[in-house]
Design a protein around this ligand. Structure first.
Ligand code: IMP
Ligand code: MG
Length: 185
């Protein structure tokens, strides 16, 4: 299916139905694995994970606490691998089981940094749930405990993912036709 937007043409990579089906499976896995946990501290990485996180957690039935973390996006003057905190979490995670929720793991620098930070702060366990895994683009190792879909090294938008803050609210994952600069993520 082709979805026309004013300035770019998008090709559907993962449909709304496929997202829904996979997210139900992930929720069931999380329910099973954390059946004894009360609460599971679910930390979304802003802003991209929000759409995924809401849909996922609505299907999870164990007790959860919700918080958010935001890193500064890549910009001029930063080197790859340099990750800064823009918004820290409010909850204490010492001794807690944490589930980090992210839209996509690309180079891995963002998640590697956050995983290390939360472990340093004394979380009992830190697991990662990512909707998309762009494994080919990985530069640092990041174990994904709950992975929605593995995708090729393409620039994708929708369902939380943006191109210059646009397209986050698309209900599916799309690929932008033509070349797109990754720096604009
Ligand atoms: P990493 O540190 O390279 O793994 O960066 C991950 C972040 O880069 C994600 O949380 C997204 O915000 C952004 N990103 C990476 N690939 C894409 C993409 O294909 N579309 C939109 N944003 C992306
Ligand atoms: Mg993101």
């Amino acid at each position: 299916m082709k979805f026309e937007l004013p300035s770019v043409e998008l090709q559907t990579l993962i449909s709304r139905q496929d997202l829904e089906a996979r997210i139900s499976e992930l929720a069931a896995e999380i329910d099973r694995d954390f059946a004894e946990t009360d609460p599971l501290i679910c930390i979304g990485v802003l802003k991209g994970s929000v759409f995924f996180m809401v849909d996922l957690l609505k299907q999870v039935s164990i007790p959860v606490a919700v918080d958010f973390f935001q890193t500064a996006s890549y910009g001029s003057g930063t080197t790859p691998g340099e990750v800064r905190i823009r918004k820290d979490i409010d909850l204490s995670i010492r001794g807690r089981d944490v589930l980090l929720i992210e839209d996509i793991v690309d180079t891995g620098y963002t998640l590697r940094t956050i995983l290390d930070l939360f472990r340093f702060r004394g979380a009992r366990t830190v697991k990662l749930c990512a909707l998309l895994d762009k494994a080919e683009a990985r530069e640092v190792e990041v174990p994904i405990d709950y992975c929605g879909f593995r995708i090729d090294n393409l620039f994708v938008v929708g369902y939380g993912l943006d191109l210059d803050e646009r397209y986050r609210n698309l209900p599916f994952i799309g690929v932008v036709d033509g070349d797109v600069e990754e720096e604009s993520a």
